[in-house]
Design a protein around this ligand. Structure first.
Ligand SMILES: N=CN[C@@H](CCC(=O)O)C(=O)O
Ligand SMILES: [Zn+2]
Length: 422
């Protein structure tokens, strides 16, 4: 069989181990690093990968050959936690934050998430679409080929549905893939401040069943946090999502150590995300129950805290780690996953191989998408990033810039020299 495309002479290929499950603990420090390698693509899938000379039997007269001397190639990056679709921005809170007012106090005063809720409710479908498309373009230009996108800035059915439908349409039209999460349980709406249980009931009895019935999301997520959703409310919301056939995620122990990691283990969530304040016991229970810890160091940085999630301890406890941007207009307004990866190393001391495993194979598992992506195994999607860097280490060491030269989605060139090709 002849290849459609062969990338060859590649200085370094990062090829994650693919064991049919997320990589845990010390496994995350390992990968196949191929020097002077090639990757052959056929019909949008990986046909062959190796080092040295390209086998002649896959080269036909129509095979496109690309010399990538000096470059590094990895699987398409997977950003498994974002709040992609939303209205407005929150730079008006920036000076408050700098003066020391806390994230939760801004929320308590009706700002924060609740101010983005107003902006999202007031935005038209097209306005939300255009804004999210621009963000998705930025992500793709930085190497992200698969993105999770949460609702949660509607807090009423009409706007939650609007957000999820924007994500659905974008997924159909854009080269990057979006996996949707319903996060109606993102904050207590102002009108239910004094009777939050009425809103919890709406989520459980009305919104979650509708999301599942209309197939608008793959996951359901809850912001389990002091002053937002309690552990008990989170448990009931997640149980109803499970009963409706949705997979589970949880914003756990982001600011206050509430027992979110323990609840993730109890409920068997797919991932537990943030975990800056997770207890050791919670980490152990998560490891025992194979819950992926999705770490978001950009949020810690942007909240101006020094309490980064303890990635090294989690690895010691044999957890599987993913890394994501948490892109949102409040606690982490960046689409740049490379910056988050650099923080993974510089702030959380993950090695470059651990970091790349976290945003490829483990990112794919965090989104329940590892059957067709996340590694360079033959037959998987040819989602590839070409970095203008001689090796993996360089990409994380030289921080704050975009190293991406090219992006391929299903074998098609979609980004070249910072431009999206549609
Ligand atoms: N913590 C809750 N949700 C988001 C922030 C959303 C916002 O501030 O708008 C997060 O993951 O950090
Ligand atoms: Zn989040």
């Amino acid at each position: 069989m002849y290849a459609d495309l062969v990338l060859y002479n590649i200085n370094q290929i990062f090829s994650p181990n693919d064991f049919g499950r997320p990589l845990k603990g010390t496994e995350m420090a390992q990968a196949d690093i191929i020097q002077n390698g090639y990757i052959a693509v056929k019909d949008g899938k990986i046909l062959k990968i190796g080092s040295g000379n390209v086998p002649k039997d896959i080269l036909g007269s129509d095979t496109e050959l690309k010399d990538l001397k000096g470059y590094t190639v990895t699987p398409g990056l997977i950003d498994s936690h974002t709040h992609l679709v939303h209205g407005g921005s929150r730079e008006n809170e920036f000076n408050l934050k700098l003066s020391g007012v806390s994230y939760l106090d801004i929320l308590k005063a009706g700002g924060g998430i609740l101010s983005t809720v107003k902006a999202t409710q007031n935005a038209t479908f097209d306005e939300l679409y255009d804004k999210a498309e621009a963000s998705l373009n930025t992500m793709l230009i930085h190497g992200t080929t698969t993105v999770e996108g949460k609702s949660g800035y509607g807090l009423n059915w009409e706007t939650e549905e609007k957000q999820l439908k924007v994500a659905k349409k974008l997924n159909e039209n854009h080269p990057a893939d979006i996996i949707s999460t319903f996060m109606g349980a993102h904050a207590i709406p102002t009108e239910y401040k004094t009777e939050p249980e009425v809103f919890v009931k709406q989520l459980i009895e009305d919104m979650i069943p509708k999301v599942a019935q209309m197939d608008l999301a793959h996951f359901c997520d809850v912001f389990c946090e002091e002053g937002v959703f309690s552990v008990d409310q989170t448990r009931r919301i997640l149980q109803s999502a499970k009963d409706s056939g949705l997979k589970l995620k949880i914003h756990a122990d982001e600011i206050v150590s509430l027992g979110g990691a323990e609840l993730a283990a109890e409920m068997g969530t797919h991932t537990a995300d943030h975990l800056m304040a997770a207890s050791e016991k919670g980490m152990e229970l998560m490891a025992e129950n194979n819950i992926i810890a999705n770490l978001l160091p950009g949020t810690t940085f942007s909240l101006m805290k020094n309490t980064y999630a303890d990635a090294r301890k989690m690895l010691e406890k044999n957890l599987a780690l993913a890394l994501s941007t948490d892109y949102n207009p409040g606690s982490c307004p960046t689409e740049n996953l490379q910056l988050i990866m650099q923080l993974g190393s510089l702030a959380m001391k993950m090695t470059p191989i651990e970091v790349f495993n976290a945003v490829t194979i483990n990112g794919a598992y965090a989104l329940d998408k590892a059957t067709d992506r996340g590694s360079l195994k033959e037959g998987k999607n040819a989602d590839l990033v070409v970095f203008n860097a001689p090796n993996l280490d360089y990409i994380l060491y030289h921080f704050g810039v975009n190293h991406v030269k090219e992006v391929y989605k299903l074998g098609k060139l979609v980004v070249k020299d910072r431009n999206i090709l549609l």
